[in-house]
Design a protein around this ligand. Structure first.
Ligand SMILES: C[S@@+](CC[C@H](N)C(=O)[O-])C[C@H]1O[C@@H](n2cnc3c(N)ncnc32)[C@H](O)[C@@H]1O
Length: 321
């Protein structure tokens, strides 16, 4: 909704004090559980090359007045705000897989997976280094609209001076994360209060598992960090056991965790606030992306042995029947 011309339109989008009306969360509520394993029913970029990031972060890419206007347009990959993809111009990925001019622009280096109502992005915005952009990825259409419209409001209400380095897009990260980013592009990946999927048959829907951890390792640069936090102890134990088995990740000690300013941000997401209100407990860890220490071929085969997971899954299914 960029062109607000009539008085009626103005009243709809702006308060009497001329401030942009922030979206009301109650109008964007949506059933909490989407099935992440169901068929993809949303748009997606064919490859990272197909995303025009300057549409999501216009001021970060240029500060011309035209781009300030663009700051009020939304490209969220939802039904209301289709995505900033140019799949029709799709060309095969270059052999280097990291185009030279890509890293000379600001680029997304922080991803909040399952960002929900987006508080983590807001919390971190003023602390990000220049040129570093954060993106929330959320599977629910309406919730993504809420976050997008809220970020737009925050930008407009600060005269386009703040919140220009955060954005959001709809995606099912369990299926599409590799379509969005290049190898080694990311510095930080957040998994805050992931859906616990308690039933054993649903454990394969958990967003931290051995298959997906290899994708996360592919996307994180060496020294990059993966953050987990949850109020469900059983899920925390599961996530840590997956991460501890994966040789591309090493857990940081408690002192390092508390030193990281992002720990404070992830203890203050929308879900975290509910936990604090109910006086619940939060369990959290940070893992660093390391070079896997593989000494011989048999160790390599061990790492690549997915049949273990398949066996476990089969046993679980049998146990549930
Ligand atoms: C319990 S909420 C946590 C929200 C937020 N991280 C917070 O801490 O407030 C989990 C979120 O993950 C989203 N989600 C679940 N599976 C997803 C997937 N495969 N891709 C993207 N988002 C997903 C859900 O829609 C939900 O908003």
């Amino acid at each position: 909704m960029s062109d607000v011309s009539s008085d009626d339109e103005k009243a709809k989008y702006y308060t009497q004090l001329g401030k942009y009306r922030m979206p009301n969360k109650n109008n964007y509520r949506q059933h909490a559980h989407c099935n992440p394993l169901s068929k993809i029913s949303m748009g997606y970029p064919f490859s990272p090359e197909c995303i025009n990031w300057s549409l999501c972060y216009p001021i970060e890419f240029s500060s011309s007045p035209e781009d300030q206007k663009a700051n009020s347009l939304l490209y969220l990959n939802t039904k209301t705000y289709p995505g900033p993809f140019t799949n029709e111009n799709y060309k095969p990925i270059s052999t280097t897989n990291t185009p030279k001019d890509f890293y000379s622009n600001p680029y997304v280096s922080i991803v909040d997976v399952g960002c929900g109502y987006g508080a983590l992005l807001e919390n971190m915005s003023s602390s990000l280094e220049k040129g570093s952009l954060a993106l929330g990825l959320e599977i629910r259409d309406k919730v993504t609209n809420y976050v997008g419209e809220r970020i737009k409001g925050l930008r407009l209400n600060t005269d386009n001076k703040e919140f220009n380095n955060i954005s959001v897009m709809r995606s099912n990260t369990m299926k599409l994360l590799l379509n969005f980013f290049y190898k080694g592009q990311l510095d930080k990946l957040f998994f805050c209060f992931a859906d616990p999927h308690f039933k054993r048959t649903n454990h394969r829907k958990r967003i931290i598992n051995q298959y997906l951890l290899n994708e996360y390792a592919y996307l994180l640069k060496k020294g990059g960090r993966l953050y987990i936090i949850t109020d469900v102890e059983e899920l925390y134990i599961w996530e840590r056991s997956m991460l501890n088995q994966n040789r591309c990740f090493k857990e940081l000690d408690k002192i390092e965790v508390e030193k990281d300013i992002f720990t404070g941000f992830m203890k203050n997401t929308n879900e975290a606030k509910k936990v604090i209100k109910n006086k619940g407990e939060m369990f959290y860890s940070i893992y660093e992306r390391v070079e896997p220490n593989i000494k011989n071929l048999s160790e390599l085969y061990d790492c690549l042995d997915y049949t273990k997971d398949e066996k476990e899954e089969k046993e679980e299914k049998e146990g549930d029947n």
